[in-house]
Unconditional design. Structure first.
Length: 619
């Protein structure tokens, strides 16, 4: 037997050995799953006509020590390039054959994006897994509810809530190796810690948490020198809430996140470094009326500062962002779930001069849930931009449920449009800007089926077809322009959630993606994930994961030629054991157990076999 396979067998036996004896399985009550992101209402999954992935608090807890990017990367229809490399690598988020600017990140109901960044995508390196309660990912065009950039996916993140106890606490700590497949030195190069205090005192509730992580031991670029490029991350969150009455609540929150990152130029060592500082303050409130209606306000102000030093010199960029989302929810006859709102956005940045733009978008959405199987989600948004004027987007999303004695079959379809606003650099930047730019436009068609049997089995398959036009690129003088060429992306997503026996969970997904119109770099045509979760006994749980990433194209920027990258497969293992039930848990997390060598981005480092150990203590 190969040495690599011995590692896997030993880890499996170790997990089994944690149980002195098999205890009787407890009967856990399964609550019916609800989704929120596609309508802003809590609706049963069978009444949702969109593809929504829910990452629960339980799943996040079992992925302790992993970054948010690593966790999301295992879901169907999404590829996060850089998530398998050194912590601190630049991440590219590709969903349904799109680019990072077409994925919107929302935190506690408010979109987040650095206005001084050219990429337009939120930097996932700013997120701390320990502070997150749950994540919902809605795939497809969603600009009707979420506005600009919501073209291929919305990653909706909810931070942790307070407990009902007067005071409770949590401490998490992880330490692990950080090594390549070629250099298995087993030095401890990854460390992360977090501490949280939260509780409720009558009508007052609070959450305070702090987290940090650091990574060393790997070079960003694959070079003969292989000098270390270090990464460190610190995040502090405070959330205070008050329940004035059963119908009226208000919470305010603040966040400061900093990370420092050393990085190399493509295929060569370089003493490059960057420091990013995010400060964020916000408010969330709701007022209910008449048992059927409620008014909601989510608002946040964020300040971004990036200080970089590279082979091109030193630069400092500052961006500020204000978002207000005010909307009314009302339910009519328990069938019509209506949303009427207005969204205000102001982006500011400083280049040679201070520049800004504003967006004011009224929007409406209606979800009809019939008593005979028909569900209908319809909405529209009137985008008003201070630079290019007005733009209208809409969605039509019917679904039909055929119930059975122990489940249902659901047919679903969708036709939706979305838009991507040109950013401040493209409009007013110091080089190649063009204030005459129009927004990028996307159209998405979806059709699929979902089959569910109680809480034992859920199987879904969906086809999507997406068209991009008016994309922003460059002319021969490197001036930003709207390109006349169109991009077409299509594919199939298949998901399986199966519980064949009480102690075993099987979760799998497969994605086929084809993009036409450009070179589609770093987007795999085939991608699959499989995770087997097994409860060895009441105190010990094991998860075995397999991830396949198919052939894809990447550009070698030293020669500006495209190369085909070989497919690769990774095997991961997680074992947790409760030393004190509901109090103290210890775990072992193994990544790339078979130590496969592979290339994720040409010229940059990927991680080989790595092992992490940690604990989770509830106080």
């Amino acid at each position: 037997m190969k040495k690599n396979h011995l590692w896997l067998c030993a880890a499996l036996l170790a997990g089994k050995g944690l149980c002195a004896q098999q205890q009787d399985s407890q009967q856990l009550q399964q609550l019916e799953e609800v989704v929120v992101s596609d309508s802003k209402f809590e609706l049963k999954r069978e009444n949702s006509g969109k593809t929504v992935i829910k990452i629960t608090a339980e799943e996040l807890e079992r992925k302790q020590g992993q970054t948010v990017a690593q966790i999301i990367n295992t879901k169907s229809g999404i590829e996060i390039t850089g998530s398998r490399g050194r912590d601190g690598d630049v991440l590219g988020v590709f969903s349904r054959g799109g680019r990072g600017r077409q994925v919107l990140v929302v935190i506690d109901g408010v979109r987040v994006s650095d206005p001084s960044s050219f990429a337009q995508e939120y930097d996932l390196r700013l997120l701390s897994t320990a502070s997150i309660e749950s994540i919902e990912i809605i795939k497809g065009a969603a600009s009707t509810l979420y506005g600009t950039n919501a073209a291929t996916a919305v990653i909706n993140i909810n931070t942790k809530k307070s407990s009902k106890e007067k005071i409770s606490g949590n401490f998490q700590s992880t330490v692990g190796t950080n090594q390549t497949a070629e250099d298995q030195n087993y030095n401890l190069g990854n460390i992360s810690n977090s501490v949280s205090l939260n509780g409720s005192l009558n009508k007052f509730n609070y959450v305070v948490d702090f987290s940090n992580r650091s990574s060393k031991g790997l070079s960003a670029a694959v070079t003969p020198e292989n000098e270390e490029d270090n990464f460190s991350h610190f995040s502090t969150n405070v959330k205070l809430g008050y329940q004035f009455s059963e119908e009226f609540r208000v919470s305010i929150y603040g966040n400061q996140t900093q990370y420092s990152n050393e990085f190399d130029a493509s295929l060569m060592e370089a003493p490059n470094r960057s420091r990013v500082d995010q400060k964020r303050a916000g408010v969330s409130s709701s007022v209910g009326y008449g048992n059927k209606g409620s008014l909601h306000l989510n608002a946040a102000y964020t300040d971004y500062e990036t200080d970089s030093e590279s082979t091109f010199g030193e630069s400092v960029s500052v961006g500020k962002n204000l978002v207000l989302d005010f909307y009314n929810k009302y339910v009519i006859n328990d069938k019509w779930h209506t949303i009427l709102g207005v969204n205000y956005l102001k982006d500011e940045a400083t280049f040679s001069n201070a520049v800004d733009f504003t967006i004011v978008d009224p929007y409406a959405n209606v979800v009809y849930v019939s008593d005979f199987g028909l569900n209908l989600n319809v909405g529209g948004r009137w985008n008003n931009h201070s630079e290019y004027g007005s733009h209208f987007v809409y969605n039509l999303n019917p679904s039909y449920v055929f119930p059975s004695a122990n489940g249902y079959v659901k047919l679903l379809g969708s036709y939706a449009t979305s838009y991507i606003t040109p950013n401040l650099i493209q409009l007013f930047g110091d080089f190649g800007s063009n204030p005459e730019l129009e927004p990028e436009e996307n159209r998405t068609i979806e059709g699929g089926v979902e089959y569910k049997v109680n809480d034992k089995l859920r199987l879904s398959a969906l086809y999507f077809n997406r068209n991009e036009k008016n994309a922003i690129g460059f002319d021969q003088n490197f001036t930003s322009i709207n390109i006349s060429d169109e991009i077409d992306a299509s594919g199939v997503e298949v998901e399986l959630s199966w519980k064949p026996i009480g102690a075993l969970d099987v979760n799998a997904n497969y994605t086929f993606t084809e993009r036409k119109g450009d070179n589609a770099i770093r987007i795999p045509k085939h991608k699959a994930n499989l995770e087997l979760g097994y409860r060895i006994c009441e105190t010990t749980h094991l998860s075995l994961g397999y991830a396949y990433t198919g052939e894809r194209i990447d550009t070698d920027f030293t020669t500006f030629t495209d190369e085909a990258l070989e497919p690769f497969s990774l095997v991961n293992l997680y074992v947790e054991h409760q030393l004190l039930p509901n109090r103290l848990k210890v775990f072992v997390n193994g990544f790339n157990l078979l130590n496969e060598e592979y290339t994720e981005v040409i010229g940059f480092t990927t991680r080989g076999r790595n092992v992490a150990f940690g604990l989770n203590l509830n106080l």
